[in-house]
Design a protein around this ligand. Structure first.
Ligand SMILES: [Zn+2]
Length: 122
């Protein structure tokens, strides 16, 4: 049997196989091997990591990404910030996602909405 050279990768941030935020969530989609902590993949496949984390965040309903194109744009922006700051960990990626200009209007929206509603309660 030929050894898999792991051509298709994913980042499983939300996996019950994980016990900690140990940056070891690279998985091969072809052979299912858990590749562990791979700083080389963090750098060469950054957009896969940022996109997977974004999707997990979206699926948990902690954030909402309105469509696939927006998701790809955010993943690309966040990957660029990872390269700029030389930070590729999941925690920094979450912070970069929340800070992305495509998403950071959420707080303002709900602040305004609350202002509209609160006076009516008196
Ligand atoms: Zn493989």
């Amino acid at each position: 049997m030929a050894e898999c050279n792991h051509p298709d990768l994913t980042w499983r941030s939300v996996s019950d196989q994980r016990e900690a935020l140990d940056e070891a969530a690279w998985v091969c989609l072809n052979c299912d091997a858990v590749l562990g902590f791979c700083p080389d993949l963090d750098r060469s496949h950054t957009e896969i990591k940022t996109h997977c984390i974004l999707l997990d965040f979206h699926e948990s309903k902690l954030i909402y990404v309105s469509n696939g194109i927006t998701g790809l744009v955010i993943a690309e922006n966040v990957a660029a910030r990872c390269h700029e700051q030389n930070r590729y960990d999941q925690w920094s990626i979450l912070a970069f996602i929340l800070d992305d200009p495509n998403l950071n209007t959420h707080g303002k929206f709900w602040q305004d909405k609350a202002r509209e509603q609160l006076p009516r309660r008196d």
